[in-house]
Design a protein around this ligand. Structure first.
Ligand code: 13P
Ligand code: SF4
Length: 305
């Protein structure tokens, strides 16, 4: 079968099976083309809660499907590939956080949305990469534990010197792997281009950037800018998507290594099998996890995140 034919079948199956398909913006183009919504994980979860469909298929990684379930506990939520995890989201356990809180009861624990539902249950408030600075700035406590991404945490610290932010060792292996040498080489290769970087990159790389922001922030910045050339310091698919959206501009990936294999674990045929054969992995969370993780997210929402 041709890709277009499979896509047409998927579009038909979505209607028949009452499914809304969500695709994170790092998914392959053939998947974003059949999705009802494409975007960052939190924005997708908010959209999913508002759609009439009773079934949601998340094309992304497991923590994203869990966030969808937390915001839509009454819906059936499925993950498109059982192999799609996120090493950053899964790097810490609840026990490690509980231990820290026992030793440092005076700290507010801030969790990046890229964490498991289980981890959110022991954290005080969530943030996204777009809202992190805004949310942390509103916390009355100056003592913060930020987890699990030390690079995003360091970026928040650089923007909020009045806070005392403790970091844990860890983060996104894809973004953190970009080196200063690669950033210098990209700058030299494209001297006219602006460097746009995700805060999951190292502080050294972020400090070299013309703009630091979330994936959707990078996309908006590049689309609205009058400039014509951009080096894109986030997952490689974003440079490709921007090139389709703005053919008159030039987009260069900051590094050929900016490929998230977990995000790319989902294939178009996985989506087809999820809808046709019920092959998706259903996300189930116990009532306590749903309630406590929701509180962590609701605190972010209450602060305008
Ligand atoms: P955002 O899409 O929220 O910027 O997150 C980046 C990321 O690494 C998603 O896994
Ligand atoms: Fe996780 Fe990084 Fe991949 Fe995002 S890009 S899913 S944070 S490994």
């Amino acid at each position: 079968m041709k890709i277009r034919e499979i896509q047409d079948e998927i579009l038909q199956l979505k209607k028949e099976q009452d499914f809304c398909v969500l695709a994170h913006s790092y998914q392959a183009t053939e998947i974003t083309e059949i999705a009802d919504f494409t975007g960052d994980s939190y924005a997708l979860s908010v959209k999913a809660a508002k759609v009439p469909q009773k079934n949601i298929l998340m094309c992304g990684v497991r923590f994203m499907a869990e966030t969808v379930k937390i915001l839509s506990p009454e819906k059936q939520v499925f993950l498109s590939s059982p192999h799609a995890g996120c090493p950053m989201a899964e790097q810490m356990t609840r026990e490690q956080v509980r231990e820290f809180k026992m030793q440092h009861p005076d700290h507010t624990v801030v969790a990046y949305i890229n964490t498991t539902a289980a981890l959110k249950t022991v954290c005080d408030v969530c943030v996204t990469s777009s809202s992190a600075v805004k949310i942390v700035s509103q916390l009355s406590n100056e003592k913060i534990l930020f987890l699990p991404d030390c690079n995003l945490g360091a970026y928040v610290q650089s923007q909020l010197p009045e806070k005392k932010i403790r970091l844990v060792q860890g983060g996104c292996p894809v973004h953190a792997a970009v080196s200063e040498a690669e950033a210098l080489a990209a700058r030299q290769a494209h001297p006219q281009a602006l460097l746009l970087v995700h805060p999951e990159c190292s502080p050294t790389v972020s400090a070299m950037a013309d703009y630091v922001g979330s994936t959707s922030g990078i996309m908006q910045y590049a689309m609205q800018s009058p400039e014509k050339e951009f080096i894109i310091g986030t997952e490689i698919s974003i440079a490709e998507t921007l090139q389709y959206c703005c053919p008159e501009k030039q987009f260069y990936p900051l590094s050929a290594g900016l490929i998230c294999r977990n995000m790319k674990a989902t294939t178009l045929m996985d989506v087809y099998h999820c809808l046709h054969d019920g092959a998706g992995t259903e996300i189930t969370l116990d009532a306590r996890t749903l309630t406590k993780a929701r509180i962590c997210i609701d605190r972010m929402i209450a602060m305008g995140g």
